[in-house]
Design a protein around this ligand. Structure first.
Ligand SMILES: [Zn+2]
Length: 238
């Protein structure tokens, strides 16, 4: 084959390959840093549901949505508030004090709560309607009688560690999505800790409900979460 014809032939033969690569861009490359996602279902327990000792309005209504969301994540875990009797976060442990009052507890501002999520009681159980087939681990928190633990990662003094962070890292998780109860306490602090230790963090707000000790607490939680770099989305926006 004469040289000019040979060059034309090579160009004609290779052009579709070059165009195809350009059109597909990076999608032809194997992904090297594909993170995995985890759904953290916070404290879906009877005591935080209507009829419980520390209820959230509508806390039972979010269970079907949480169940339907689970398949969208690589990994699903749950947290469970799990207090010994006489826990220091209970108003009943402080004579003369009432639920909703704030005291100083070992240098921490502590809201006093009605007795709730006491170990081995019905109120501490995860609600039966929650689909547990994909929940690979349940992380218990609040087991230290002297310190409260809103977050599923660390107690309120940032000392006690539930092991959730190490577990998620060991599973290659880089993105977490937080749902459950309650938006203005345990969901908020779980999401804030997740963002602080480096996860891309989203709260799915319609799969959560607030205690609203003060009427705007849920709204203020959303503002604080966004200020800390946490995405707050509705499930339809995922
Ligand atoms: Zn608690």
């Amino acid at each position: 084959m004469a040289d000019p014809i040979r060059r034309w032939w090579l160009t004609a033969a290779l052009l579709p390959v070059v165009l195809l690569q350009a059109a597909c861009g990076d999608s032809m490359e194997p992904s090297t840093d594909a993170g995995k996602s985890a759904l953290i279902i916070v404290d879906m327990q009877y005591d935080f549901s209507p009829g419980g000792s520390l209820p959230t309005a509508g806390g039972d209504e979010i269970v079907p949505l949480i169940n339907s969301l689970q398949d969208r994540f690589d990994l699903v875990v749950a947290t469970q508030d799990w207090h010994p009797q006489g826990h220091d976060s209970f108003a009943s442990s402080h004579p003369g004090r009432k639920s909703g009052e704030v005291i100083d507890l070992d240098g921490q501002q502590q809201v006093l709560w009605p007795d709730h999520a006491v170990q081995e009681t019905h109120g501490a159980e995860l609600v039966a309607e929650l689909d547990r087939q994909r929940i690979v681990r349940v992380f218990q928190k609040g087991t230290n009688p002297a310190v409260d633990s809103y977050s599923g990662f660390y107690d309120n003094g940032q000392r006690g560690d539930t092991g959730l962070n190490d577990y998620l890292r060991s599973e290659g998780i880089t993105e977490v999505y937080v749902v459950g109860l309650a938006l203005d306490y345990c969901v908020k602090y779980t999401a804030l800790d997740a963002a602080r230790v480096g996860y891309s963090t989203t709260v799915i707000v319609d799969a959560s409900r607030a205690v609203n000790l003060k009427p705007k607490d849920g709204d203020e939680a959303v503002t604080q979460l966004r200020a800390a770099g946490v995405r707050v989305l509705r499930s339809a926006q995922l």
